[in-house]
Design a protein. Structure first.
Length: 138
């Protein structure tokens, strides 16, 4: 297993451990939803023949597929995430709403920071009852 896929799996597993979450595969990509709303885009598992740029991946300068993830950050974490090399506001207008796409091939902050970003995205998207359930956990 590659380092980026290990980190991706850790983010996915953490997200799926949050209240009322489930994995889905729209557009052939992996996302994690709370209710019907996506709070974590994890992209495709590997290169594809797609010619459009999905909202949850970035491209390297040579234009090749590069795995990444997208989260919605409204705190100072938004600016922090954008300091990761290759990170950018998520495409398709999502960046205007606080979504950031971060490439897995960049030098990433500690995994704990990435998990904090996933939790913030969850708290931003989740219904209040789900956030309460999370806050009530021991």
């Amino acid at each position: 297993m590659t380092e980026w896929s290990r980190v991706r799996d850790e983010l996915r597993d953490f997200a799926l451990g949050l209240p009322e979450t489930r994995e889905d595969h729209p557009w052939g990509e992996t996302v994690v939803k709370v209710g019907k709303k996506v709070f974590l885009f994890l992209g495709m598992d590997g290169p594809s023949e797609r010619t459009d740029k999905p909202a949850d991946t970035t491209e390297d300068p040579a234009g090749k597929w590069a795995p990444g993830f997208s989260v919605k950050l409204l705190s100072e974490a938004h600016g922090h995430a954008l300091t990761v090399e290759g990170a950018a506001p998520t495409g398709y207008g999502l960046g205007k709403a606080g979504w950031v796409t971060v490439p897995f091939f960049a030098e990433l902050p500690d995994t704990e920071v990435l998990l904090d970003w996933v939790e913030e995205s969850y708290r931003t998207i989740a219904p209040k009852r789900a956030v309460r359930a999370l806050d009530e956990r021991p």
